[in-house]
Design a protein around this ligand. Structure first.
Ligand code: G4P
Length: 528
């Protein structure tokens, strides 16, 4: 691959995740991105009865031209850019995969419901983005419904998440009176037309410069005056937006709109592809322990961030999803598999669309590719053309559900032990060890689905039926200094994780807060 082509392919990639609390509008916004990119002719066709899109619903769109959907990412063109939207399952599908996927993203769009502001799941996902310092754009949604004051919402963003917010546009009216937004950078009022079919088609925009007499005419003197005052206030008291601060994750450019009625969407998507960074390279650790940032234009390297078993019953295999961090993939490429210390041939990278598998001919830094092959890949594995380094290890995230698991039939113990060992290594759930209690493994997860899929896979792949006994802990923390002097609350449990680090299991969030206060010399970490 020649240098200029590689550079231009990387420059047009935008690999990101959408983070939100359930029902804030992530699905609707994603669907509208497809509408505005021209992939979908009409939005609203991919909703099922409950108004939610399951993976299979997305896969129903395989017919749409120019789109490639895997259970991990969706790729399509938006204007001159190639968009990779990473799938971050929420609701009952929420799991550690959701967090790990964020590690594969270069930026995130945070969707908030204007009536609700910052909610629990948004905060968790935001924390992971923060950990990586990736830039975050905020879309405050549902302005067409009665909601909270825009300034209040921005203040909450800052107070709850500790990130400065800079309004890139400003809503004109709210609820049923929501008419459009003022684009502060363009210095224009954008009035949106309600589309006939409830937002299924793109809406037309009427653009009016702020200094034009039409501004007052179209809004009416009173509303125009109010908008002017609000804009003035933002100029004086608002946060400053600079590209540097955005890229460093210090300020989030904030946009107001309505994903359902398409108000504010076109300009938001345009701003997103303009502001969001292309893949720029990732930190790697060389064999001698030195760390360096490997630019995205270097030869091929990738890491595995998600493994999905039994994707296709006919194949009965695993698909490992890798995020390409540098260079490009070409068919049959031989790469170093750092953990195994040997070369492997990436013979059949796949894009999986519903039950069909298409072999990919080329892929670039920023893209996600599915690799078929059981037991060959683990989460966090580094693959690279040149070898001699690994990408940063994927962190473990604080489990919030705990249980003991045992085979129903004791004669299955051997197969159970083998299955558990493999699935723990693969990252299906976390295992913790304590000196007390029965010898059955104690496991932790961030979402219920992880336990369910563990039990399913133990039965399906190892032929072991299991019994799960929930444990009464609802959060946990790692001890930063690993010291044994930690004074644990009465009902908590001190344990160790698979790398031997100390972890405390708490009965409640309150217990955790009290423990933090009573042990000021110990730092409690939500990830390790
Ligand atoms: P999610 O993926 O974040 O969970 O949210 P999703 O897009 O499914 O949106 C949740 C509900 O909110 C949907 O209602 C959707 O139509 C609605 N919604 C999304 N964006 C907007 C918006 O800008 N304005 C208004 N008024 N509603 C919006 P639903 O299909 O009726 O489902 P439900 O209410 O039965 O859950």
């Amino acid at each position: 691959m020649d240098g200029p082509r590689l550079r231009s392919e990387i420059a047009r990639r935008r690999t990101f995740a959408i983070i939100s609390h359930p029902d804030a509008g992530k699905t609707t916004l994603t669907e509208k991105l497809l509408l505005y990119s021209g992939v979908l002719q009409s939005a609203g066709m991919v909703k099922n009865r409950k108004g939610k899109l399951a993976t299979s619903d997305w896969m129903g769109m395989e017919q749409a031209r120019g789109i490639s959907i895997t259970s991990s990412a969706m790729q399509f063109a938006y204007k001159d850019c190639i968009i990779n939207v990473l799938d971050t399952p929420g609701h009952e599908d929420f799991s550690e995969d959701t967090f790990r996927t964020l590690i594969a993203a270069d930026s995130a769009i945070m969707v908030l419901d204007a009536g609700k502001g910052v909610e629990a799941q948004t905060r968790k996902l935001f924390d992971v983005c923060r950990l990586r310092g990736i830039p975050i754009l905020t879309f405050i949604n549902k302005l067409d419904l009665p909601g909270r004051d825009p300034l209040d919402l921005m203040t909450e963003l800052e107070e709850a998440l500790g990130i400065q917010s800079c309004a890139m546009n400003w809503p004109v009216g709210s609820g049923r009176k929501f008419r459009g937004v003022v684009d502060r950078r363009a210095g224009e009022l954008q009035l949106f037309e309600k589309t006939a079919a409830g937002g299924s088609k793109r809406s037309e925009i009427e653009r009016i410069p702020l200094d034009s007499p039409k501004f007052d005419e179209r809004l009416g003197a009173e509303d125009a005056e109010q908008v002017r005052n609000e804009l003035e206030l933002l100029e004086i008291a608002g946060n400053e937006f600079t590209m540097e601060r955005f890229l460093a994750g210090e300020v989030t450019p904030t946009f107001f709109g309505s994903a359902l009625t398409n108000f504010g969407l076109g300009p938001f998507f345009d701003a997103f592809v303009e502001l969001a960074p292309c893949p720029s390279g990732r930190t790697v650790t060389r064999k001698d322990g030195t760390k360096e940032k490997l630019p995205a234009t270097e030869p091929f390297s990738a890491f595995v961030f998600k493994i999905q078993a039994n994707m296709d019953r006919r194949h009965r295999d695993c698909v490992s999803f890798m995020r390409i961090c540098s260079g490009s993939y070409t068919p049959d490429m031989q790469v170093h598999h750092e953990r195994l210390g040997k070369k492997v041939r990436l013979a059949r990278p796949q894009s999986i669309v519903a039950q069909e598998r298409h072999t990919i001919e080329e892929a670039f830094a920023g893209d996600v590719v599915g690799l078929v092959g059981k037991d060959l890949y683990h989460i966090g594995d580094t693959l690279s053309l040149e070898g001699g380094f690994v990408h940063e290890a994927l962190p473990l995230f604080q489990p919030e559900l705990f249980a003991r698991i045992a085979p129903k039939n004791t004669s299955d113990r051997k197969r159970f032990d083998k299955g558990m060992k493999n699935l723990i290594t693969e990252g299906a759930v976390q295992q913790v060890w304590a000196d007390v209690g029965p010898r059955d493994p104690m496991i932790g997860a961030v979402g219920k689905l992880q336990f369910e899929s563990l039990q399913y896979r133990l039965e399906d792949e190892y032929g072991v039926e299991t019994r799960l006994t929930p444990l009464p802990y609802e959060c946990s923390a790692w001890l930063a200094d690993n010291e044994e002097t930690f004074r644990a609350p009465v009902n908590s449990l001190l344990a160790k994780d698979k790398r031997g680090r100390r972890v405390v299991l708490f009965k409640s969030q309150l217990d955790k807060r009290i423990a933090a206060q009573q042990n000021p010399e110990h730092k409690l970490l939500d990830y390790a």
